[in-house]
Design a protein around this ligand. Structure first.
Ligand code: HMG
Ligand code: MG
Length: 286
């Protein structure tokens, strides 16, 4: 059996958050229930953010309460502040994620805070999570390109990664939010970040706008990364990242990993069924 590479399924959150059509709760729950049988260790299913900013995620608590939980799966939620964290705990999220950015333009547009302000806001979330024994993942958006500020310097990504790591995030997910990363740029960024965070604690989060996500995953594998975020059906996009297309599709990453001889432990038939469900949920979009 090949070396293990984990796919972190983010479809129910990153995949659906940008959908224009208000997706009924039952459809979201059915998608998560299907994904629960695919063999994932972690599935991001919810986001406790302002419903004015991301209306599609407004029923996140009901999603978490409505799903059938599979043994051994950690059901994750985004929590930008203490209020979000408390709501996530009320709904029994198994783990949470704080999400910042490497560029000031995106930080302001996405969470209405400068990078420094966002880190200050995350501190009480970390503290509360530590007190309750809940693990916290850290996202960094715009690790190569920002829709507002242009190219992002690797040193800037490393600075934010180091801060999130020092705060206590157990893993840092590096987001090519608008899917514009060229493999050379991803490589340079990873070189800088792996100087400050152990590579085993980094994850790649590639949107596939330019069709380069698989190449960027290969570059990341060569650099030692063994965790990749993906969304079944390739759904997704970020409402505050103009032009951002979907996450790289889980089933595509799965196939690529198989070809390269890695083992993701996933059941392809279930993945394809979930991908079909996800695509059927797609409505109009920006
Ligand atoms: P703000 O306006 O600065 O915050 O927003 P505020 O504290 O002044 O609150 C504004 C309103 O939001 C208030 O309501 C609060 O009660 C409410 P109002 O008085 O106007 O009725 N509020 C909340 N409601 C529910 N849950 C909460 C919460 N907090 C405040 N937790 C805030 C700051 C962070 C809240 C806002 O900017 C926000 O919600 N942003 C979320 C944006 C988002 O979810 N983006 C998509 C996810 S990130 C992503 O997709 C990237 C990623 O995939 C990686 C990658 O691809 O790069 C992770
Ligand atoms: Mg994303």
């Amino acid at each position: 059996m090949g070396e293990r590479v984990e796919i972190f399924e983010v479809g129910p959150r990153d995949g659906l958050q940008n959908e224009k059509r208000r997706i009924p709760l039952a459809e979201k729950v059915a998608l998560v229930n299907c994904l629960s049988g695919a063999g994932f260790g972690r599935i991001e299913v919810a986001s406790f953010v302002s419903p004015k900013w991301v209306p599609q995620m407004a029923d996140s608590g009901e999603v978490l309460r409505g799903i059938r939980r599979a043994e051994g799966v950690s059901y994750a939620a985004l929590t930008p502040n203490l209020r979000g964290f408390e709501d996530a705990m009320q709904a029994d999220a198994d783990e949470v994620a704080i999400f910042g950015a490497a560029s000031e333009g995106f930080s302001k547009a996405n969470i209405n805070a400068t990078i420094e302000e966002s880190l200050a806001r995350f501190a009480p979330v970390m503290e509360a999570a530590n007190a309750q024994g809940v693990r916290v993942r850290g996202y960094i958006s715009c690790v190569v390109e920002c829709p507002y500020d242009g190219p992002v310097a690797p040193a800037q990504v490393a600075m934010v990664a180091e801060r999130l790591w020092a705060m206590g995030c157990y893993e840092i997910s590096l987001g090519d939010t608008i899917g514009q990363g060229r493999p050379e740029a991803v490589e340079a960024m990873l070189a800088a970040v792996s100087d400050v965070v152990p590579v085993a604690r980094l994850a790649g989060h590639f949107h596939d706008t330019s069709g380069r996500a698989l190449e960027n995953i290969e570059v990341s594998l060569a650099r030692g990364l063994r965790v990749f975020d993906a969304a079944v059906g390739g759904l997704g996009g970020c409402p505050y990242a103009p032009g951002a297309a979907g996450n790289v599709a889980t089933e595509t990453v799965h196939q690529k990993l198989e070809e390269l001889g890695y083992d993701s432990g996933l059941d392809r038939d279930v993945l394809l069924k979930a991908a079909e469900m996800a695509r059927a949920m797609r409505g109009g979009r920006d």
